[in-house]
Design a protein around this ligand. Structure first.
Ligand SMILES: Nc1ncnc2c1ncn2[C@@H]1O[C@H](COP(=O)(O)OP(=O)(O)OP(=O)(O)O)[C@@H](O)[C@H]1O
Ligand SMILES: [Mg+2]
Length: 380
């Protein structure tokens, strides 16, 4: 039992004890007043007798028919000797009151239980509705993201086409210049340099295109440990520059995953780079692997300033960035890749002393890429 369960259990116990003591005290108080006024006029005695109904009604309301019955029984035990004391004979009418105590206790108890069941049903229906509403909102946000990424992919494809076309012409022109100039002359040297720049631009455009439109995942048995180690090696320099210790915590029990190694590497690069960029100097970024219920979990934990709830809601949307030179695409792309692997990526925890981003990938062999992601990728 954890501390919060124990404390809630203690609170419930205290409240039950005070309720039961309240009921018992009410019965005792009524009996005492009843005895003290034994000789007073009939009307006030009759009135006091009816006060027993108060604890009976409250007991029935709180604890249903069993509660009503028990309080009615306790009230009868208090009431009957008193009647005997005052009358010294069997007065059917006064003893019949005891039967009414019990009938009222049971009836009100049954009604209260019925009422509570209806209230519970409404509460459950409200919770289901709330859940459905949340899921609908999530799907809508997901659709919006896919839509924006699709637009981005189309823009990227158009841009790539527009840029690569003139680049091909420039390359052709440079080759002609190079052919018609002396191989050791300055013209040949300049055209060689220009050709290198053209190639660099061409690669850049393709890189952008690849970034904006990831291919359908090519699922192959992959060692997650090796992927994480490659990410560690690539980001080592970045971490050193930021004076951040990058710690990789592997999991011995981790089986090979059926994933697209390059895409998962891209995801881990984006997430870990964010963690390094958010970390203060001399802090530590940990990339920890675990296995949990058929999923491989990769937690990227930093000691940075955390992500506000408001920012968390927009984190995976394309172009959301708080960095001067950020594109805001890192997490949007990571989200799309992970979804295409039927996995999840989420902020598991975030506070002013750090953030944990959790990536969850299915372990089983049959993890084909998600249909919706495939089709969305095919169109983007
Ligand atoms: N570990 C983290 N701690 C604090 N903020 C984070 C963390 N990870 C992401 N963020 C926030 O999420 C935003 C979006 O991240 P994302 O990787 O998508 O884009 P970016 O890092 O800004 O730009 P890019 O990745 O293209 O260079 C970041 O600008 C940053 O504000
Ligand atoms: Mg980033």
């Amino acid at each position: 039992m954890n501390a919060s369960t124990a404390s809630s259990w203690r609170r419930t116990l205290t409240s039950e004890i005070s309720r039961i003591s309240g009921l018992a005290a009410a019965i005792v108080a009524i009996s005492v007043v009843h005895s003290a006024t034994a000789q007073s006029p009939l009307i006030s005695r009759e009135l006091l007798l009816r006060l027993y109904y108060l604890p009976i009604l409250v007991g029935a309301y709180w604890y249903g028919a069993p509660g009503g019955l028990l309080v009615a029984l306790a009230s009868s035990v208090a009431y009957v000797p008193h009647v005997w004391e005052t009358t010294r004979r069997l007065e059917a009418g006064r003893y019949a009151e005891v039967v009414v105590f019990h009938l009222i206790g049971i009836t009100v108890g049954l009604l209260a239980t019925g009422q509570r069941r209806i209230a519970d049903r409404y509460q459950r229906a409200a919770a289901t509705l709330e859940r459905a509403n949340r899921e609908l909102r999530d799907s809508y946000e997901q659709l919006q993201r896919v839509d924006r990424l699709k637009t981005l992919g189309e823009v990227a494809a158009g841009l790539a086409h527009e840029i690569r076309h003139p680049l091909a012409s420039i390359r052709g022109a440079l080759e002609i210049i190079a052919e018609h100039s002396r191989s050791d002359g300055p013209q040949a040297e300049f055209s060689r340099l220009a050709m290198l720049e053209v190639e660099r631009l061409d690669n850049l455009v393709w890189e952008f295109l690849r970034y904006a439109r990831p291919h359908k995942p090519n699922l192959q048995p992959t060692s997650l440990r090796e992927v994480v180690e490659r990410v560690g090696a690539v980001l080592g320099v970045e971490a050193e520059r930021a004076a951040v210790t990058l710690q990789l915590v592997p999991c011995e029990a981790m089986p090979d995953l059926f994933v697209d190694a390059l895409q998962i590497e891209q995801v881990l690069l984006n997430v870990t780079l964010n963690a390094i960029q958010a970390s203060p100097p001399k802090s530590c970024v940990r990339v920890c692997q675990h296995v949990e219920e058929g999923y491989a979990l990769i937690d990227v934990i930093d000691e940075g300033p955390g992500i506000s709830a408001e920012d968390q809601a927009r984190l995976f949307s394309p172009f959301f960035t708080t960095k001067e030179k950020g594109t805001g695409l890192g997490l949007a792309i990571a989200h799309r890749i992970v979804r295409a692997h039927r996995g999840q990526i989420e902020v598991q925890e975030s506070s002013p002393s750090g953030t944990c981003v959790r990536i969850r990938l299915p372990i089983q062999r049959s993890n084909r890429p998600a249909e919706s992601s495939q089709s969305s990728q095919a169109t983007t």
